[in-house]
Design a binder for this molecule. Structure first.
Ligand code: FAD
Length: 471
């Protein structure tokens, strides 16, 4: 290790290499609950430094875990096998902004909301909006192909990446994609690295596509006394020809905890609510809002509120963004949140909701259900206690069933958070042994020594939730 530290000091400034335990401990966790302290932390500021670190790690066969805001909900940023954490938050510059080409070039450590504010100030729009946007980085968003409420209308991170600079595990620097909206030259490596969860290389630069900022928007709240009716509204809206820019669902428990957390004025007596948004030119927004309001009412909404101004609209969004911290307060004896993101075809949302509740009852676990219902994306969150093995066993059995259900309904294990280590044991259920073998072949071709983020995506027998290891 001493020789390696000496070599690393030739690549990065001494203050950018953390060797002391108390410094390294801050890089042991992410948004999940398993932790492992890395052997070293490097905080590079240039692509050349990233390249130098990878070349060295590859020579030594040492694991490297890229890390952005560490908000991953699948365990992506936890250094399960120790090694080097490459903390990319100091590479945080917006490098260029080209209005004529609707293009922005960024380093990976730029915080998502920072980019939003920058481009919106210039009348432009970068739609991908994970709820973690004040803490997550663009590098992490790209590596997880993150999405958010706006996905229903505007798509996800993948849809806004024109090109990337990537450092491969052997230290080689490559450019994939480019700066044009159309580009079909060769294999689409931009898409390959997008969503690769830090297992194929390190993203050090990205060319992102922007669009004009919508002129106006209107948010609505639809209140239901029946969760199924809220689910049916989702399918009706999708079928109506109006594409909302947000269609979020919360069940009764979620509404109650969010309200007691932030006092947003949500209807605590409701069985479910939908938070909706339409955007576009001012004239069309009014018409879209009125069509959606009618659809909600005819599908069973007992009350409908249209935000009268930007402040009321913003309060609705704040309530939605408060869900994640709020659900952790459901029960002080249950401090562990297992946040799943099983996703189904949109028409299956009503059935998925009903069957998720059955699963929670059968396994006697506390489950809240919310999510971007317009994308078929639901967050069944199990609130539990990782130090109680009996309760964790029930949680795990419930999660097994949630995944089975999503696949049975024609869905996927993950619509947003990626596979990480938490879902690695289940990947084969979605793609079969041959599908996983094809993915492994790509991994082995680009990273023959397996140094990049080991234990993620591919099952190495360390997934699943019980017996969380704390290093
Ligand atoms: C409260 C909360 C709400 C959330 N809401 C959403 C949501 O609405 N939608 C959604 O999609 N996700 C959501 N997430 C999950 C998480 O925020 C996203 O996955 C996000 O994209 C992670 O970004 P990050 O910078 O925190 O990455 P990290 O957690 O640091 O890393 C995530 C993965 O990306 C890899 N990585 C990071 N940077 C790079 C890089 N430069 N090159 C290569 N690999 C890299 C890491 O190795 C890891 O595998 C939420 C999380 C929380 C805690």
């Amino acid at each position: 290790m001493q020789g390696l530290i000496k070599d690393l000091r030739r690549i990065v400034e001494p203050k950018r290499l953390l060797t002391e335990l108390e410094d390294r401990m801050a890089y042991a966790y992410d948004g999940t609950f398993r932790t492992r302290v890395p052997d070293l932390v490097v905080r590079p500021v240039t692509t050349a430094e990233v390249s130098g670190v990878l070349r060295l790690a590859n020579r030594e066969g040492l694991p490297v875990v890229p890390r952005g805001g560490a908000t991953s909900l699948s365990g992506g940023a936890v250094p399960l096998q120790g090694g080097i954490v490459l903390a990319l938050t100091s590479m945080n510059r917006i490098l260029s902004f080209n209005r004529e080409d609707l293009l922005v070039m960024v380093e990976p450590g730029v915080v998502t909301a920072h980019l939003h504010r920058n481009v919106e100030g210039a009348g432009l729009f970068y739609p991908p909006d994970p709820q973690s946007l004040e803490a997550s980085t663009l590098g992490g968003n790209i590596a997880e192909n993150a999405g958010g409420p706006r996905g229903i209308k505007y798509g996800v991170t993948r849809d806004y990446i024109l090109g990337l600079e990537v450092v491969l595990p052997d230290g080689e620097i490559i450019q994939v994609g480019g700066s044009t909206v159309k580009n079909v030259s060769g294999y689409d490596l931009t898409r390959l690295f997008t969503g690769s969860e830090g297992t194929l290389g390190v993203i050090t630069r990205a060319n992102l596509k922007l669009i004009p900022k919508p002129e106006a928007r209107r948010r609505l709240l639809a209140v239901y006394d029946d969760l199924g009716a809220a689910g049916k509204t989702v399918t009706r809206i999708i079928d109506s020809g109006v594409i909302p820019s947000m269609l979020e669902i919360m069940d009764d428990t979620t509404i109650q905890v969010v309200e007691s957390y932030g006092h947003f004025g949500l209807p605590v007596e409701a069985a479910a609510i939908l938070i909706l948004e339409v955007d576009g030119f001012a004239e069309t927004v009014e018409r879209q809002a009125s069509i959606i309001a009618d659809l909600c009412r005819s599908a069973g909404a007992i009350r409908l509120e249209v935000a009268r101004n930007e402040k009321e609209g913003e309060d609705l969004l704040k309530a939605r963004r408060a869900v994640s911290p709020a659900v952790l307060r459901i029960d002080p004896r249950k401090p562990t949140k297992i946040s799943e993101d099983a996703t189904v075809p949109r028409s299956k949302v009503p059935e998925m909701i009903v069957r998720l509740k059955e699963i929670a009852r059968r396994h006697d676990v506390t489950m809240v259900v919310y999510g971007h219902a317009g994308d078929g994306f639901l967050h069944p969150n199990i609130i539990t206690n990782q130090d109680d093995p009996e309760e964790m066993a029930r949680a795990e059995a419930a999660i097994d069933e949630v995944f089975k259900l999503a696949l049975e309904l024609g869905g996927t294990l993950s619509g947003e958070h990626g596979i990480g280590y938490l879902k690695a044991p289940y990947l084969v259920n979605e793609f079969g042994p041959a599908g996983v073998k094809a993915m492994r072949a790509i991994k082995e071709a680009l990273d023959p020594k397996g140094i990049m983020n080991p234990g993620k995506i591919f099952d190495q027998g360390i997934g699943k939730m019980r017996a969380p290891g704390r290093g």
